[in-house]
Design a protein around this ligand. Structure first.
Ligand SMILES: [Zn+2]
Ligand SMILES: [Zn+2]
Length: 375
């Protein structure tokens, strides 16, 4: 099998590997599609504080080729979807309920989706591997990872209850609910903890996925981004307004109504803009990471005198992944709008060149020899 290796910033190599044999608890999957991701682009450009150079690519779906001893839920041929990590369940963060911050999160990840096949480690198989329903395309299924991150961001926001002063929460269900009812009740309770209007800074894939979540959750969203094409897509996907970043001054009534702001552009300026947009008593969710050791000067007056909560959102928990899967299966994620092209795996470098030139949002890589079309 062939696997892409990131050897250094902007240096991509390929290596041939013998077909992997699964160890106990592991699953080997033939990759049917791997998606490019902002994190991969960052790693490609400059390396990543949490990821070493080597095999990369983590948003994918495919068909099981082989299962290790003890795996009974899957068999060769099964279409599956997964995310690249799972918590250890033992460290202090896991035990405290912060599974997304697991100290061993990056110890044994399912990285290397830009390849013919990928090995899913035992803990990923146990917590974060799922059957792919037939109604879900492989490309849609590969959105599981980015959408899990987005779901997590909203969970973080609902915890702050920004902009919900004086609103009643939905009472919990009394009878033991079915899993779907449970999901709905949980969702409604969470919605009661959500503001009426959010601002989203950044109109890339992640910004637009946040917009998707907002619209489905009944929350109005204003998107701030760059470029008329991106802003037009934001409007098509239901943004109340799509505003050019750095353009005209943001009108005060709009600013005053953005109780929560998602920062999804990944620059120092975007972090500062996000804080400037939050209404008094509001919240900023810093969703995108910045290069290691970045310091961001923030307006202390706004944080203190206007009680703006500043919170980070990182990665996802298995609960977020399950919820994201429910959304995907319900057809809530506009994958077709966000995939800018389907390319053979060997054109991986072209996909990154396009992304660096801000051409397109996300590319789907399919095995060489397979038709380069929606799968
Ligand atoms: Zn990703
Ligand atoms: Zn842990």
């Amino acid at each position: 099998m062939r696997q892409a290796i990131l050897e250094a910033p902007r240096r991509l190599g390929w290596r041939e590997l013998a077909p992997a044999q699964p160890q106990p608890g592991e699953v080997i999957v033939a990759v049917r599609v791997a998606l490019t991701c902002g994190t991969d682009l960052k790693t490609y450009r400059r390396g990543h504080p949490k990821l070493a150079f080597g095999p990369f690519g983590h948003e994918a779906s495919g068909d099981v080729i082989a299962v290790g001893e003890g795996v009974t839920a899957y068999a060769p041929g099964d279409p599956v979807m997964w995310v690249q990590t799972a918590p250890c369940e033992r460290c202090e963060c896991c035990r405290a309920g912060y599974e997304n911050l697991c100290r061993h999160l990056t110890d044994d990840m399912a990285l290397g989706a830009y390849a013919d096949a990928i090995r899913l480690p035992r803990h990923v198989v146990r917590r974060n591997l799922f059957p792919k329903p037939v109604e879900l395309s492989y490309i849609e299924a590969a959105f599981l990872e980015p959408f899990s991150c987005v779901v997590h961001g909203w969970r973080i926001l609902s915890r702050t209850r920004a902009g919900t002063q004086g609103r009643r929460t939905t009472p919990a269900a009394s009878e033991a609910p079915s899993p779907w009812e449970e999901h709905t009740v949980r969702e409604e309770a969470r919605r009661a903890d959500l503001p009426a209007h959010v601002a989203i800074v950044g109109a890339g894939t992640i910004g637009l996925l946040h917009l998707t979540y907002a619209r489905r959750a009944g929350v109005a969203a204003t998107v701030f981004g760059r470029g008329s094409e991106r802003l037009a897509l934001a409007e098509r996907l239901g943004a109340n307004a799509a505003v050019e970043l750095g353009g005209a001054e943001v009108p005060e009534p709009l600013r005053a109504s953005c109780t929560a702001v998602f920062e999804c552009a990944g620059t120092v300026e975007a972090w500062q803009t996000a804080l400037s947009l939050a209404a008094p008593g509001g919240c900023v969710v810093f969703f995108s990471g910045l290069p290691e050791d970045t310091r961001v000067p923030l307006d202390a007056g706004r944080i203190h005198y206007e009680e703006i909560a500043c919170v980070g959102s990182f990665h996802f928990t298995p609960d977020d992944v399950r919820e994201a899967r429910t959304w995907l299966v319900a057809g809530a994620v506009p994958a077709r709008e966000l995939i800018s092209g389907v390319l053979p795996l060997s054109a991986l470098e072209d996909a990154f060149a396009n992304l660096e030139a801000r051409r397109g949002y996300k590319y789907a890589l399919v095995p060489d020899g397979a038709p380069a079309e929606w799968v």
